[in-house]
Design a protein around this ligand. Structure first.
Ligand code: NAP
Ligand code: GDD
Length: 338
């Protein structure tokens, strides 16, 4: 019998954690999800995996821990001895990071160091994936951005990610740990947190269409992002750890669209004019903005044979359809036709 591989995933309750857990369970992994204590249930994105009544040998196990608690990380790494570790946990909201810069650094920057130290201290042979971000390019000096583009972070979130990026690279070089940075550009899905702009738009659109909301308040509509589908991107994370050599990779679609174009695509899909519903509220602007991101993932394509499957219109429509169903279910308790 081949040995069952074990993976530890931090950030298991988040968007990417849920898609990655699904992906790894399908590949036959035993997945250990690190979750922090919450005063209310926060496992809705993974309940379908965790509570499957037909799955006798549950392949997803949740363990309590926190990236701010080194002893929990040490204990989990030593007892589970994972073959692969995916560090997805973070305070991941850029705007919020301006309000809680210290905490954002504690989790995103020092939390990564704590996990790397837990690996080093345990002496186990494992592979490490760090959720690095296109936000690190900030005020980017070139388009599109690739693995050699300099980082010019524009937020506490991005600065924390730059620190974690270099610690990951440093532990690879200093201690020969198989550690990779995935520099992922924005990726979205029906499971995206509702305060990120894409999901905020599709959720509001569904409510507007069902006449339970009249206005949508947004910030900077000119910002441009390279938006892909989260389900495609978790495969790239896994592929990085299967490659014979640890390295850093950009993961992106190579196309960029403004928030305004996202609105046009989403509202246009259901036959509405977004201009009738959207108002600008200054509170959603950031002290410093990242104006435009566009990634060049040709290295991932060449070395990992990875490319995105879902394009921009398909992503927008997938999210609109899903939120139409969410709202319909809340209002009528059913899943009818759009
Ligand atoms: P997300 O939905 O916000 O999920 C973040 C996860 O981190 C949640 O499970 C959260 O737990 C957990 N977390 C927060 N603080 C923690 C702590 N102190 N200890 C342990 N876990 C903690 O983010 P995502 O979109 O899935 O992104 C996953 C990772 O990729 C993040 O590191 C993000 O910064 C990075 N990233 C995301 C994108 C993107 O476009 N989505 C692009 C590049 C990089 P709770 O549920 O308890 O809050
Ligand atoms: N959240 C939000 N809310 N953003 C808005 C709004 C609004 O009401 N109005 C305009 N925007 C603009 C923001 O100013 C930003 O330029 C853009 O929409 C995208 O914002 P977010 O969806 O919050 O994502 P992000 O690009 O700041 O950060 C996400 O992607 C990064 C990768 O580049 C997060 O997932 C990060 O964790 C991730 O690293």
């Amino acid at each position: 019998m081949p040995k069952i591989k074990k993976a530890l995933v931090t950030g298991i309750t988040g968007q990417d954690g849920s898609y990655l857990a699904e992906f790894l369970v399908k590949k036959g992994y035993e997945v250990y999800g690190l979750m922090r204590r919450s005063s209310s249930f926060n496992t809705d994105r993974i309940d379908h995996l965790y509570q499957d009544p037909h799955e006798k040998n549950l392949r997803l196990k949740l363990v309590y821990g926190d990236l701010n608690d080194a002893s929990s990380l040490n204990h989990i790494v030593k007892t589970v001895k994972p073959d692969e570790i995916y560090n997805l946990g973070a305070q991941s909201h850029v705007k919020v990071s301006f309000s809680i810069p210290e905490y954002t650094g504690e989790v995103g920057a020092l939390g990564t160091t704590r996990l790397l130290e837990a690996i080093r201290d345990s002496g186990i042979k494992t592979k490490f994936y760090q959720a690095s971000s296109s936000e690190m390019y900030g005020n980017a000096s070139e388009f599109p951005q690739n693995e050699n583009t300099p980082f010019r972070p524009r937020s506490p979130y991005a600065a924390a990610k730059v620190y974690a990026y270099w610690m990951t690279a440093n532990y690879r070089e200093a201690y020969n740990i198989f550690a990779c940075n995935g520099v992922l550009f924005n990726h979205e899905s029906p499971r995206r947190g509702e305060t990120f702009v894409t999901r905020k738009i599709t959720m509001a659109l569904a409510r507007i269409r069902h006449k339970v909301q009249t206005k949508l308040y947004l910030g900077n509509l000119d910002a441009k992002r390279d938006w892909g589908f989260a389900g495609d991107y978790v495969e790239a994370m896994w592929l990085m750890l299967q490659h014979h050599e640890a390295d850093d990779y950009v993961v992106a679609t190579g196309e960029t669209y403004s928030v305004r174009q996202f609105l046009e695509e989403a509202f246009g899909y259901v036959g509405l004019n977004w201009k009738k519903y959207v108002e600008i509220d200054k509170k959603y602007f950031r002290p410093t903005e990242v104006d435009c991101l566009m990634g060049d993932s040709s290295k991932a394509k060449k070395l990992l044979n990875w490319k995105p499957k879902v394009n921009f219109p398909q992503l927008v429509r997938m999210m609109v359809d899903a939120d139409m169903n969410v709202v319909r279910k809340i209002l009528h308790g059913t899943k009818g036709k759009r």
